[in-house]
Design a protein around this ligand. Sequence first.
Ligand code: FE2
Ligand code: FE2
Length: 297
Amino acid sequence: MPGTGSAPEVHDNLVLEPRDVRFDWSRLPLHWIPDEPFATHTINVLHLLLPEGERWFVRVFKEALPLITDEQLREEVLGFIGQEAIHAQAHEEVLEHLLAQGLDPRPYVRQLEWLFQRVLGERPGLSARARRENVIERVAFVAAIEHFTAFLGNWALNSPGLDRAQADPTMLDLLRWHGAEEVEHRSVAYDLMVHLDPGYLRRIRGMVVSGPLLVRLWVRGVRFLLAADPTLRGRVRPSWRAARAAALRGMLPDPVQSLRSGLRYLKPGYHPTQEGSSAQALSYLATSPAARAAVTR
Ligand SMILES: [Fe+2]
Ligand SMILES: [Fe+2]
């Protein structure tokens, strides 16, 4: 069982295939949820955060590869690396579209580059022991963030409000394809962390650092996008009340549910397989236009 010091729990001989998806953003409206600029930009923060964030996951996991002594887990980590690299690329292409529409995302992206490459990057000059400790600590940060990406992925797969609001179908497919792969590989970072350090304190520290950091980056990202949107001229102000109201309309995950989800990660008996449905994720991937086109490519 995870967290008790015994062998890591590796589930169902997971085989993760990176799907080489492509999206055409040439017809994407700036507010791709019609008349919902706040919800649109709150979700758009993903496109700011994920390219740098997921490339950082990939670097951390490549650093962790030599520490893995379980062949099945090693295969899953390689599959995870392949999937996250494609996720980063897919979201980055949306940024080019925002720029073409007059919304320049680069000032915020530069801050994220500094955070993920400098502050959270590999530390040169460490002893072998300190280096191992540093890698495991960052794997624990990734595991905590992956709890939220799976939570958000599960929400994206179960968000009929976005369909009712006639959100752009290509963007919905991006969110649900990515969300489904997040649900599919939701255990990998956690299992890797437990494999390298089964201690409960490591897990807690990962969430205590990553949870508030993620919230802060998200809030800054929403503020940035609303201010940088040339059509809004600062008229839409972000607030927790607006976020809850949008959640009630089915446009966003509920902030309170998100917080509760973060707290579940701290339960002693937690494992990522307790949240979300692999069957639902695979069923979406079987029908996703982008994932289906990737099969024939
Ligand atoms: Fe991802
Ligand atoms: Fe992920």
